[in-house]
Write a protein that binds this ligand. Sequence first.
Ligand code: ADP
Length: 659
Amino acid sequence: MHTGTALQSRLANFFAEVSGSSKQIYWARSADFQEFNFISPTVEGILGISSKRLKHDPTLWVQSIVKNDRDRVRQTFLEWQLKAVNEQVLTVEYHMQIVSKGVVKFVDQCIPVFEQERLVAFFGVTKQLDQKLSDDVPSNLCEYFRYFAEKSGQVYWLSQSDDITQIYISPAFEKVWQHSVNDSICHSTVWIESILSEDKESYLACLSDLESGKIDSFKCRYRIKRPDGQVRFISDRSFVLKGEQGQRVAFGGIAEDITEDAVRQQGLRSAKEQAEKSNEAKSDFLALMSHELRTPLNAIFGMAQILYSSNLTSTQSDQIDVIMESGKNLLNLLNDILDINKLEVGKLTFKSEDIEVNRFATHLIDEMLPLVSSKPIKLSYHIDTDVPRFIVGDSKRLFQVLANLLTNAIKYTKQGYVKLSISCLQQNHKEAALCFTVEDSGIGIEKSQLNSIFGKYLQIESVHQRKHEGVGLGLAIVKELVEGMGGSVAVSSEPDVGSQFSCILLFGLQYKEETKISGRSIMRMVSEPNVKYNNENYNFGLNVLIVEDNKINQKISKILLAQMGCKSVIAENAKAAIASDFQKYDLILMDIGLPDMDGFALTRCIREKESNNTYVPIVAMTAHVFEQDREECFKAGMNDVIQKPLIRDHLISVLQRWV
Ligand code: ADP
């Protein structure tokens, strides 16, 4: 080796001067690259290795070159030794793993130094290149991935393909598992031993499927118990790593500590379950309340109806009117609360039945007549000529929507008009889109209120300025019902001029019948109600068995039936009903909540005992008004349902059906 030539020492002095403050590494190496004759002190700041150490162990330089580049660089150095010619500038690029910086790219530029035509050394400079990830990644992918894995909070692992012996685990393992990486590499069971016994079996089953080649990957969750006693939730993805020919080369995976998320999710889940439970409890409570409230209402209504048909002075009639009217309002309120509750819990179902539009509108307007009787309001309806005569939809719900809008229109109109218009927007042979508009000349609504008017419990007047009755549920129900039927509702209004509510709904068509409304538009103007209460005399002449335990209800049904020319006998429980000769009756009115056996069971019992020619229609009397309650009545073998409180008109309709 020629380490001390005059030329070298001259150059070394020169380098020492210029390189002291440079960001590059200047060096002089022996011709075989085995020794550093000179290396500038900047090497320490750039490579993290002191010049002293390098001089002592020159292989540190090559050892810092990443594996992928190392052989190529060695090869290049060898070629230079063999082929370099005087004054030739030689260049090689490579990556180095630097402790504090990770992987960094460098370029070496050097010239061979000849003395008497013999290569004696290389003088060169090493520069750090700007990091351009996209250029560098392909040649150095492995190192980058390792770098990511070490920085990540997730545990990356790699094991041999034949026996799952771990070859690599990223440092995050120590934080999550609280065991050293070495522990795991030496005893690969450390990983599995930490898994809670409840979760271990399913994890091992997946692992064995992966090892046996049944599956290529799996994803699972389990809990581990750490040496500090803490339980952590782990999300684990494990997979087979395949070579170019599809052969298995290793197993790998990523495990992540998801304890925070899992705990949050558990909290959310239990909060949701709690909320659902309280919502269910609320609807059960409301259903129960409605039942409990209907029983006394039944009594108030029934007795008022009975009184109404006795000989009364006009003052007494007026007083009964007030009782009936207030009872009706209370009942409506009860129905509203129940409805909104059913809508909230999604229990409401919609039927498809034939609706004769004209009859429907007449009936609707007739029902509204009592409300305008004391007001100078013209109540009218108008049906366009192209509206189909029959449509298919849920008449009860449509009625409820329009009755709500008409009631509001009348409530908020002092004088003038309230009008229902029905028009057809579009129609084909299967469906028709109809628009129902309720228009009034009432107090109107401020523009600022229009957007929120369909919200629940919303009323425009403040509690202290209340002039009108209501709890602000009507329009919320309208909106939910209309949307439940697949339609939409809109409002336009001007204060002191009036309001217009429109609902657009799609109906099926029943095209066996004549589909148009007889070629003319129908208009009806009514200012006076035609009937207040149905006071007509009926004489059905039926023999009725009333199965009812409540004394007041017994009395009311008995008197109402008597007023309609029916004889009745009371059975106050199921036992009495079975003991009675029930086959001799024309009709059985059956309460559902009996003390000894419920009405459903009693009906089934009666149906079993009777023969075909002694079949007695059974009508359920119930305060439970949910659709599923009605269905249950029919399933048990009943033939009709009448809602409590008993209303004379409803009883008349039922008797007419079964007479
Ligand atoms: P409420 O039971 O109070 O009538 P609604 O939900 O039916 O509840 O109506 C909400 C509010 O919208 C009412 O309090 C009223 O102020 C206003 N409103 C509804 N319909 C009309 C109308 N036709 N004219 C004027 N205001 C109306």
